[in-house]
Design a protein around this ligand. Structure first.
Ligand code: SF4
Ligand code: SF4
Length: 209
């Protein structure tokens, strides 16, 4: 059976929200690994693999939760370095609605450890997506159905970021879909603001360093 790994960052010690986000992703990843394992056991083949990325260009309605946006900001500003940083900055600064995801670099997700739940959950079996194809509509049977129990638990794990800490309340509110009212479409986010923040970060490092 596939095993999900908890992705960790040393900065989590000083950033409780980051720990919360990585816990949520670990829960979701466990549910995804479980469902993929079931289908592989039933004889299917997972088509998704590194370098296969037409979904990142085709999909223009990727939902993203507030804590996920914070995670993406942090990861891009703090963790993306070298030539990839310049590419991402350019893509963010010139991003226009309807274009492919600005975090796709050379066919791979540059924010893979903090990619949103929606991206984590989208897995396709049997054959890779054709350019422009959204298999959710062309062959729904080949698209993984997320494990709802793990998905709800992952969303509940994000709720302390919004001040909800009591376990039964987190469970209740996650089930009631409280985060649905806060979800944004990745395409609607003004990514040029993040491109500017990347500049600011370099400047402040230069000044203090
Ligand atoms: S969803 Fe489709 S395009 Fe994306 S990685 Fe999987 S098979 Fe490839
Ligand atoms: S965040 Fe990553 S996985 Fe999701 S659409 Fe963008 S490049 Fe693809």
């Amino acid at each position: 059976m596939l095993q999900a790994q908890r992705i960790s960052f040393p900065e989590e010690r000083g950033l409780p929200w980051l720990s919360m986000l990585m816990d949520a992703y670990f829960i979701a990843d466990k549910g995804i690994a479980l469902e993929i394992s079931k289908r592989i056991k039933a004889g299917e083949r997972l088509a998704c693999k590194k370098g296969c990325s037409t979904c990142c260009i085709t999909h223009v309605t990727i939902p993203v939760y507030p804590l996920e946006v914070v995670g993406i900001y942090w990861f891009v500003i703090e963790k993306i370095l070298g030539p990839e940083r310049d590419i991402i900055k350019r893509q963010l600064a010139s991003f226009e609605k309807g274009k492919g995801c600005p975090f796709l670099v050379d066919g791979a997700c540059a924010i893979h450890p903090v990619r949103p739940l929606a991206c984590r959950h989208f897995n396709v079996f049997n054959k890779p997506c054709s350019p422009g194809e959204d298999p959710y509509y062309t062959r729904r049977r080949d698209v993984l159905t997320p494990n709802e129990r793990f998905k709800q638990r992952a969303l509940a794990a994000m709720l302390p970021f919004h001040g909800v800490k009591e376990p039964s309340e987190k469970k209740r509110l996650a089930r009631a879909g409280i985060l649905d009212s806060m979800v944004k479409n990745m395409q609607e986010i003004e990514w040029e603001n993040l491109a500017r923040r990347m500049d600011g970060h370099i400047l402040s490092k230069t000044r203090t360093g």
